[in-house]
Design a protein around this ligand. Structure first.
Ligand SMILES: [Zn+2]
Ligand SMILES: [Zn+2]
Length: 550
């Protein structure tokens, strides 16, 4: 028997994690996340293309989730359209999945088989035994997995860090793994997010002390921008509010969602003594206000961007107020975050972020020293870095070699990694790719996206004209454009464009009696693109409508 690991997402990028584990002919899918597409093409989320799994549908026995971040659970509702399997995961992650599915009106949510796993659980799937172990990360209840297979014990760290004084409930459960370390671990799969960053990620305790100090010294409002899933940090900010006699105003829908779920699950003690509604927040004196806001990545519709623009319906901030960005910069978001800081500072608002004060945030992902000490503890025979771009994976592989791991494999999405007789090898490849989902929840074909990109770049023109039965032009063509010229300012330009089309259509040479539609369309398109090329130096997308009369 062999065990095979088939990453479909997350190996080659940071995001859309999804890996199939095949054992004894059956498959368990581990995590099912999304990545975001910032190109402005109407794409809501992107997830792994699991076409290969659909071909093996009957062999897929379960989906197992490690924790509730979007890059691990964001595609579950789409996955469940194709697979009718039980979904295992920590209570917090499953609550987020249920919440998302309830928002997706197209989803039939009634018959999903959710199975909560917790510390001490053991689940037998596809001839393997899965045991979750609590790891420290940046949201409640994050698990790594100990997986007993016919080829030995496999340890998956999930997303993790090592914090010597972790927040309550976010400890690192070494004791679950320890008995397996003594017997020997065949393979470790581990989070490569910070494999390029030296040192250690740092502790939450330091963030807590820094924020306490900053809020205590502030005279006006303090607005803390953070990821709503970072419930521990919210809990700590409630503490800060109590100590500094401020009330907490939550701004942003995802903050409401996480506060509700965390309170319901008993992860967050009911904060009603310091929490006020947005309406109450409006009448509070600034020096008594601590705002928790979403949008620390500069997302245009989120609370922070609207505060920066002065367009938030519930709160106007200004001179004397302080914004603290207590979060990391997700690669690719540098520009919107700069715009956010620019907008805030222009309104006289002081902004503190990691570049000015590194204490205001620490990463939830292990840095190099933690990655190394994890491998020195587990001493596996083989290592497969996961959760990273190729550059991250390669750097993490190097750390493993330096830590003395004998077998290190590097794989990207679609590559089949086999563990057999202590050897870890890429043995095959399967179909992999990306599926772009639009705001209506439907996949968008790659050709449609290519069209959208071309239209965004070059604009488009639609030309229509009538012809008689033989294909001879009747009257003048009509043209409308979008994103090419300001039509009202350019009447002559459009007349010339129509002439160019008419000319091209009249010039069609054919031995046949009747000119067919394809020839007419082709001639009109070529004629118009030639005209645009000559006049504007660019060639918009051209659509042609031919009306045959008679
Ligand atoms: Zn995570
Ligand atoms: Zn992650």
């Amino acid at each position: 028997m062999t065990v095979r690991f088939i990453p479909l997402g997350g190996l080659g990028e940071i995001g859309m994690n999804c890996m199939a584990i095949e054992h004894d002919g059956r498959i368990v899918v581990l995590d099912c996340g999304v990545i975001f597409d910032g190109r402005g093409l109407g794409v809501d989320v992107v997830h792994a293309d699991w076409e290969w799994l659909v071909d093996r549908q009957r062999d897929v026995v379960a989906l197992v989730l490690t924790h509730g971040h979007e890059d691990h659970i964001g595609a579950v509702s789409y996955f469940l359209r194709d697979f009718d399997v039980p979904v295992y995961g920590p209570a917090y992650a499953l609550a987020l999945v249920k919440n998302r599915i309830a928002e997706h009106a197209w989803h039939r949510a009634s018959d999903i088989d959710y199975r909560v796993i917790g510390e001490g659980s053991r689940v037998d799937l596809a001839g393997m035994t899965f045991r979750p172990w609590q790891v420290t990360h940046s949201m409640p209840t994050c698990f790594g997995l100990v997986i007993e297979t016919s080829e030995g014990v496999v340890v998956h760290t999930g997303d993790f860090k090592i914090d010597d004084t972790p927040p309550p409930g976010d400890r690192f459960a070494r004791e679950v793994v320890e008995p397996f370390v003594e017997k020997g671990i065949a393979l470790v799969l581990s989070d490569s997010t910070n494999a390029l960053t030296d040192g250690r990620s740092g502790g939450e305790l330091g963030v807590s002390e820094a924020l306490q100090e900053i809020v205590a010294a502030a005279k006006g409002r303090v607005i803390v921008g953070l990821f709503a899933s970072n419930v521990h940090r919210m809990r700590m900010l409630f503490e800060v509010a109590r100590k500094t006699e401020r009330h907490v105003v939550p701004l942003g829908r995802s903050i409401d969602t996480h506060l509700r779920i965390a309170t319901e699950l008993g992860i967050l003690p009911d904060p009603h003594d310091v929490l006020v509604t947005r309406e109450q927040g409006r009448t509070l004196p600034p020096s008594r206000t601590l705002v928790l806001a979403t949008g620390s990545q500069g997302e245009p519709q989120a609370a922070l961007s609207r505060l920066a623009a002065g367009s938030h319906p519930d709160l106007v901030i200004g001179e004397g107020d302080l914004v603290v960005l207590s979060s990391r910069v997700i690669p690719g978001n540098e520009r919107p975050i700069l715009d956010l800081v620019e907008g805030l500072e222009r309104r006289g608002i002081r902004v503190l972020h990691r570049n000015l004060d590194p204490r205001v945030h620490v990463s939830g992902h292990a840095h190099k020293d933690e990655q190394r000490s994890l491998l020195e503890w587990l001493r596996p025979r083989a290592f497969l870095p996961v959760h990273g771009t190729y550059v991250h994976l390669r750097a993490h592989g190097q750390i493993a070699r330096e830590a003395g791991v004998p077998e290190v494999a590097l794989a990207l999405n679609g590559e089949v990694v086999q563990l057999a007789e202590g050897k870890l090898r890429v043995v095959d490849r399967v179909w992999s790719g990306r599926i772009h989902i639009d705001k209506g929840g439907e996949p968008v074909d790659g050709r449609v996206l290519a069209d959208r990109r071309s239209v965004a770049e070059w604009g488009e023109a639609v030309v229509s004209f009538a012809v008689d039965r033989e294909g001879k032009l009747l009257g003048e063509p009509k043209i409308t454009t979008r994103g090419v010229v300001v039509e009202a300012d350019e009447p002559d330009f459009l007349v010339d464009a129509c002439d160019a089309v008419a000319h091209a259509v009249r010039e069609i040479k054919t031995p046949r009696l009747v000119i067919d539609d394809a020839q007419l369309e082709d001639a009109a398109r070529r004629g118009l693109r030639r005209f645009f090329g000559a006049e504007l130096g660019k060639k918009p997308i051209v659509s042609v409508l031919v009306h045959r009369v008679g």
